[in-house]
Structures are given as structure tokens and as C-alpha cells.
Design a protein around this ligand. Structure first.
Ligand code: AMP
Ligand code: MG
Length: 266
């Protein structure tokens, strides 16, 4: 599938990656069938992940506003056991969070073994919004790419698989989605006038994303750029990658207690 997996140090030009791409998938119905299969398989694999209690999976979602982070979580996780998943949304840091290093709030939200954790935004905000708005001096955010790489390597070495997805939408698609929010009463709550100021900085954000992809895509935890104008395609690509990743862990149920075959229950 034409999801772009960034190679270590690879320069990315987001304007060259088509957000409308749907690869070999012809239409929404075809995607829906495949997505349903992936969701079912994910549920089976999650059950073993949880039982074995040996590996964790961390899924990081980043995107521009209205890029589809919430919708992705809703769709992809619709079949899994809620007991084995935890979603963390990272907002503007609190006073307390700001009085620590930028990874403090992130590290404590990393899923424990046996769990799937999803980050709705992440430590990457500290080299995205923070860079675009000069919230800290450049010398400070410049160092963060290396801190992030070291941090993620620690996670990988601790059996936390790190899957990072950028939901790639076009500026036009964002406009359509903002308009949809304004037109539908049940979506109005999602419209934040502040998002328009961020939209005006679109090109700065693209540059900040491109740097993050280039600098923070080690072979053990690369960025995956997912064409996301079509929600059905986005959900399919991401679910597919999650299934393949869990399959690759060679998960196994733990050995049962000995002598279970001789047990009699009155
Ligand atoms: P939302 O995801 O729509 O609820 O918005 C969350 C807001 O928090 C976004 O505008 C983010 O850019 C902002 N945010 C998240 N992390 C940080 C951070 N580390 N520093 C500054 N703003 C952040
Ligand atoms: Mg928002």
C-alpha cells in the first residue's frame, strides 16, 4: 500500500505525497470488507498480547487539525477489548507538566506490557507547535530530536513496539472538514476558532513535520505517512500495519499451569 515509511535520515517533501491516494483499493466497500477482517484479527492478537503480558504496543497519531486522529481511534479500536487499551490525548501542557522535562508526561503514559496504548498527539508536539510558535528557544527544540530518538530507543529496548502514523490530508480537505463541523450541529463542538490561526501557518507546520520525519525515523521506529483524505483508506492502511506488527511479535499464550488435565471440578 502506498503508505510512505520514512527511512533513517530520509528527506521528505510532503507536497509530493498524494493525500488522495488509495493504492490498489478501488472503493469504500472493498476497503470496508478488508477493514472488518483486520479489526477481527486485531482483537484475536490483542487477546494474546494481553494474556502473554510480555510486549506492549504504542501507536502515535499526529496530524493537522481535522486530520482524523479521533476518527481513526474510533474505527481502528472498535473491536478490541477496552481493558487492554488506553488512549491518551496530549493537550497544551499544564503548569505542572511545564515544570518538568517535555518527556515526563509522555513517559508515564507509555503502555504497560500486555497493553496497547494510543497517543492522540504526543511528544512530537514539542517539535511541531512548539517550533512553529517559538514556545521555547530554537536551541532547546533542536536538541529534542535526539532526546526523542533516545527515548524511543529505550522503549523499543523495553519491548514496547512504537508505531508512528502521520495522517496526511491536504489543505483543501481540512477546509472541507472545518466547514462540515460548522454545518452540522453535532460537530460544532469540535470547531475551535483557534484552529484557523494554525491553518494560516500550514506551510510552517509542513516544514516542522518534514524535519521530524527526517530526524526521528530510526529503523526501529520509523514514521509512516498515510494518505488520509479518504477516511476509509486511512483506516484500512493503519489497521493493516497494526495487524502486521502484532503478527511480527510472534505472540503466544503463556503456558498453562501444570496438571490442569487432571483437575476435577465437583
Ligand atoms: P485538540 O487535539 O484539538 O484537543 O487540541 C490540543 C491542542 O493542544 C493542540 O492545539 C495542540 O497543538 C496543543 N498541544 C499539545 N501538546 C502541546 C505542547 N507540548 N505544547 C503546546 N501545545 C500543545
Ligand atoms: Mg482540535
Amino acid at each position: 500500500m502506498p503508505m510512505v515509511t520514512v527511512k533513517p535520515g530520509q528527506k521528505i517533501n510532503l507536497s509530493k505525497i498524494n493525500p488522495n491516494d488509495t493504492g490498489k483499493i478501488k472503493n469504500k466497500n472493498e476497503a470496508k470488507t478488508l477493514l472488518a477482517q483486520n479489526i477481527e484479527r486485531m482483537a484475536e492478537l490483542q487477546n494474546i498480547l494481553y494474556a502473554q503480558n510480555h510486549h506492549a504496543l504504542l501507536i502515535v497519531l499526529q496530524a493537522m487539525d481535522a486530520g482524523g486522529k479521533d476518527g481513526t481511534i474510533r474505527s481502528i479500536m472498535s473491536g478490541v477489548n477496552p481493558q487492554g487499551v488506553q488512549v491518551t490525548s496530549f493537550k497544551k501542557p499544564t503548569e505542572e507538566e511545564l515544570s518538568h522535562d517535555f518527556l515526563w508526561r509522555i513517559h508515564r503514559a507509555v503502555p504497560a506490557r500486555g497493553m496497547i496504548g494510543i497517543f492522540n498527539r504526543s511528544h512530537y508536539e514539542d517539535v511541531l507547535v512548539v517550533r512553529v510558535h517559538n514556545l521555547v528557544p530554537e536551541a532547546v527544540w533542536q536538541q529534542r530530536y535526539e532526546h526523542i530518538n533516545n527515548f524511543e530507543r529505550l522503549l523499543v529496548d523495553s519491548r514496547v513496539t512504537v508505531l508512528k502514523f502521520y495522517l496526511h490530508i491536504s489543505k483543501d480537505e481540512q477546509k472541507e472538514r472545518f466547514l462540515a463541523r460548522l454545518e452540522q450541529p453535532h460537530k460544532l463542538w469540535k470547531f475551535n476558532p483557534g484552529d484557523l490561526a494554525e491553518r494560516a501557518l500550514w506551510d510552517d507546520y509542513m516544514a516542522a513535520f518534514e524535519t521530524a520525519f527526517e530526524k526521528c525515523s530510526p529503523a526501529v521506529a520509523p514514521w509512516h505517512i498515510v494518505p488520509s483524505n479518504k477516511k476509509w483508506y486511512r483506516n484500512l492502511v493503519i489497521s493493516q500495519k497494526i495487524v502486521e506488527t502484532l503478527e511480527g511479535l510472534k505472540l503466544e499464550y503463556p503456558a498453562p499451569y501444570e496438571g490442569l488435565d487432571k483437575i476435577v471440578i465437583d
